[in-house]
Design a protein around this ligand. Structure first.
Ligand code: BG6
Ligand code: MG
Length: 222
């Protein structure tokens, strides 16, 4: 069996930033004169900022000039950055550090594979940068999830075959990206929504050390 690598999504997997993305998009929607629900926000998980704004404007049936589009992209991000300004390690989701520690102890290479252009400063705020052998984020990719690019770059950086990588994801687009990279996909969240994943867990508290050990001892070729 080849070396195994683990790839973590950030938003909704390591930290619950999905709520701050939601608040920032909702503020913009309200300013533009329409509502934006939590259910609609599901469509935004794992999706690039640009694509999110396109979907938001579709929802509100708002036509934008290029200049308006660019302004709203900036405005959303400024609001989002305000929401996360005071973020600290207390916002790391339960048992994420335990799983990271377990993998480190086993000398398993770990990468971040996130669509966010704010990934690095968030990892710094919550003090987790040192766990990651590679950080691949929205600044490093040309194609957004469900395209597998972000995870393939991460596998390459770790020096691990794609088929030997295991991905933690909370977004449908992310599970699809992992699957099309022929990686093992682990859905974190609602198993009905993430039903394309190879494994499903509500959160990391459900992921036991023995499950991780079993993953490390398997050959992951699909
Ligand atoms: C993903 C989030 O991780 O990053 C999406 O799930 C978000 O909701 C995307 O739109 C891009 O993030 P950012 O920080 O670059 O606007
Ligand atoms: Mg996510």
């Amino acid at each position: 069996m080849g070396k195994v690598g683990f790839i973590f999504d950030l938003d909704g997997v390591i930290v619950d930033t999905a709520k701050y993305h939601y608040l920032a998009w909702k503020k913009l929607a309200n300013e533009l004169g329409f509502e934006f629900s939590k259910e609609q926000n599901e469509l935004f998980k794992g999706v690039s900022r640009k694509r999110c704004l396109e979907i938001l404007l579709d929802i509100g049936k708002v036509k934008a000039t290029q200049a308006q589009f660019d302004t709203w992209m900036v405005e959303k991000n400024v609001d989002y950055l305000n929401y996360i300004e005071d973020m600290n390690a207390s916002e790391i989701l339960p048992d994420v550090p335990r799983v990271l520690d377990y993998l480190k102890k086993e000398n398993i290479p770990i990468a971040l594979g996130s669509a966010s252009k704010n990934a690095k400063p968030i990892l710094e705020k919550v003090n987790l940068v040192s766990y990651f052998d590679s950080i691949v984020d929205g600044n490093s990719v040309t194609k957004a999830k469900p395209d597998p690019e972000v995870f393939l770059i991460a596998a390459n950086n770790l020096g691990v075959a794609a088929s030997s990588c295991v991905v933690f994801e909370d977004a449908v687009a992310g599970i699809q990206a992992a699957n099309s990279a022929k990686m093992t996909s682990i859905g974190i969240g609602d198993s009905n929504i993430l039903n394309e994943a190879d494994y499903n867990f509500k959160d990391f508290t459900e992921i036991s050390d023995s499950f991780l050990a079993s993953i490390l001892n398997k050959n992951y070729k699909k």
